[in-house]
Design a protein around this ligand. Structure first.
Ligand SMILES: NC(=O)c1ccc[n+]([C@@H]2O[C@H](COP(=O)([O-])OP(=O)(O)OC[C@H]3O[C@@H](n4cnc5c(N)ncnc54)[C@H](O)[C@@H]3O)[C@@H](O)[C@H]2O)c1
Length: 265
């Protein structure tokens, strides 16, 4: 990895188990010389295997419900003390929809759950950005990333209310990207990733069929979680300091395709 992230410090949200995209990012970031804190919701700390990742990457775990401003504030304060400085990179790899999980059709949404979907999957990003911004936690020219999906632009019926959450997430990225760029050159971007077999991904109805459809539609095939981690690293590195407020497709070409003979066969 050529020490791509040598001396860079950051926070990685959302590693649940070894299939998580955030898990792969943590492994690659460690290889590239970064130091970071791992965070996840308290329930995920109990149910997942994040402590194993902490051991492998020699990092600390701090629990935080990303919908709680208090948890986020505490996490950043503690992390700065442990890491001994401000942050250079942040990964928001957080998503959950009670409606999708409980197979509620988009035309029959439970609105309490809809609030939860938006709060966990999108507004949490605003809360994280706002705390980083107000408390001046980011180093100059740092990089903040969130993960999204193309259902924000096009209709994938079984993605349900997560599509709305991703549209909000991408809008927050542009809006806050402006303010963070003006303040101290910090970049804010989303990566729009291929369908990937993880706990969150597999919760979407018909996921396996969809995975194979996307594979056929993409000239490079589906991007894996490891591929995604490498792309994240490039965006945390000093090689992408002028990229901000973008939704960057990382999908093997899927987003540019209309049809392929493979899906017609
Ligand atoms: N898997 C896919 O097909 C796919 C495709 C495109 C984008 N994404 C996005 O990638 C991101 C990571 O998902 P993943 O696929 O690695 O699945 P994952 O299930 O491993 O990760 C989702 C994470 O969100 C965390 N989370 C849920 N509620 C939380 C809360 N209140 N506070 C803090 N953390 C909370 C979970 O504990 C989990 O670690 C998500 O934003 C997801 O929408 C996934």
């Amino acid at each position: 990895m050529n020490n791509l992230l040598h001396q860079k410090k950051g926070i990685i949200f959302g590693a649940l188990d070894q299939s998580s995209i955030a898990w792969k990012v943590a492994l690659k970031a460690k290889e590239a010389g970064a130091e970071f804190i791992l965070s996840n919701a308290p329930v995920a700390l109990r149910m997942g295997t994040i402590q194993k990742l902490a051991q492998i990457t020699d990092s600390k775990v701090i629990g935080a419900d990303a919908t709680s401003q208090d948890d986020i504030e505490n996490l950043f304060e503690e992390s700065r003390q442990i890491l001994g400085g401000k942050f250079d990179f942040i990964l928001h790899s957080i998503g959950m929809s009670p409606n999708v999980r409980k197979k509620k059709h988009y035309t029959e949404l439970n609105y309490d759950w809809y609030h939860k979907t938006l709060d966990i999957s999108a507004m949490s990003f605003h809360k994280i950005l706002q705390c980083l911004y107000q408390k001046e936690h980011m180093n100059k020219k740092g990089s903040i990333l969130a993960l999204t999906y193309i259902a924000a632009q096009r209709v994938f019926p079984d993605y349900g209310d997560m599509a709305d959450a991703k549209a909000l997430l991408e809008s927050i990225t542009r809006s806050f990207g402006y303010h963070f760029g003006k303040k101290n050159g910090v970049r804010v971007n989303t990566i729009s990733q291929s369908p990937t077999p993880t706990t969150a991904g597999s919760g979407v109805k018909g996921f396996e069929d969809f995975l194979s459809f996307a594979q056929k539609m993409s000239p490079l095939g589906n991007a894996s979680a490891e591929d995604c981690a490498q792309y994240c690293l490039s965006l945390f590195s000093d090689y992408t300091q002028m990229v901000t407020m973008q939704n960057l497709y990382h999908d093997g070409g899927f987003s540019a395709m209309g049809v392929t003979p493979d899906v017609l066969a």
